[in-house]
Write a protein that binds this ligand. Structure first.
Ligand SMILES: C[S@@+](CC[C@H](N)C(=O)[O-])C[C@H]1O[C@@H](n2cnc3c(N)ncnc32)[C@H](O)[C@@H]1O
Length: 211
């Protein structure tokens, strides 16, 4: 996507809510990898997908500054809850500040810890929607755990699955690129999911759990 097309899309989609604009700005000012924040274009898609799927329970792996959790929460109905997991405890105060600045923060439950450990508290079919956006090297591991936590008919979204185009390069791949490629290969013909990829931003995979 060229910067011109990004600007055009930004100007022709629903405006970014003020608190999310502020969170994105603070994220880029305060954190080293600010570009990991979903941002306006992907954020409106996440909100739209949550409004379509209407999850009562959602789960996110990889909170970062809380931007995407708040977009998903915005699309969820009153009384719905999104659990979000972040391994970096230094981000906790910033995330909590951001959640409390949003009218949708009350729907978000933050867990600090490694996603694979935190997920041990949940059982089969608990979630209607899961958003995978943590360590790219571990996407296969996340998928293999999450597939049981999502109910049949529920959805799994996975971010960055085109990894800036590196997935089609023929040179030696980084561990992150390899992690994403292994995940893409796994879900392409997996018997328990239907698979689509939105070539949005860095690639957003949408999986529907069949069984
Ligand atoms: C790409 S960022 C998430 C961006 C956020 N979802 C958004 O769209 O605004 C990835 C986050 O996952 C976190 N992370 C990495 N490995 C993790 C793990 N094993 N468990 C939980 N969080 C993890 C990182 O610390 C980082 O904050």
């Amino acid at each position: 996507m060229t910067p011109e097309l990004d600007d055009y899309i930004n100007a022709h989609i629903s405006p970014e809510p003020e608190e999310l604009y502020r969170i994105d700005r603070l994220t880029n000012l305060r954190l080293v990898n600010g570009r990991m924040c979903s941002g306006h274009i992907q954020g409106r898609i996440l909100k739209m997908l949550a409004s379509m799927i209407r999850p009562k329970r959602a789960l996110e792996l990889g909170t970062f500054s809380g931007y995407s959790a708040l977009c998903l929460a915005e699309g969820m109905q009153d009384g719905a809850i999104i659990d979000t997991i972040e391994v970096d405890d230094e981000l906790e105060d910033f995330i909590r500040e951001n959640l409390s600045s949003s009218p949708h923060g009350g729907k978000v439950r933050l867990h600090i810890g490694d996603a694979m450990t935190v997920m041990d508290q949940w059982g089969a079919d608990e979630f209607d929607l899961v958003f995978i956006d943590a360590d790219k090297r571990r996407y296969v591991e996340y998928f293999n755990r999450v597939i049981d936590l999502v109910r049949p008919g529920g959805y799994i979204l996975a971010d960055n699955t085109l990894w800036d185009g590196h997935v089609v390069e023929t040179c030696r791949h980084s561990a992150q690129t390899q992690g994403i490629m292994d995940f893409n290969d796994l879900v392409a013909n997996h018997p328990r999911v239907e698979t689509a990829i939105l070539p949005l931003r860095d690639g957003l995979t949408i999986l529907r759990k069949i069984k």
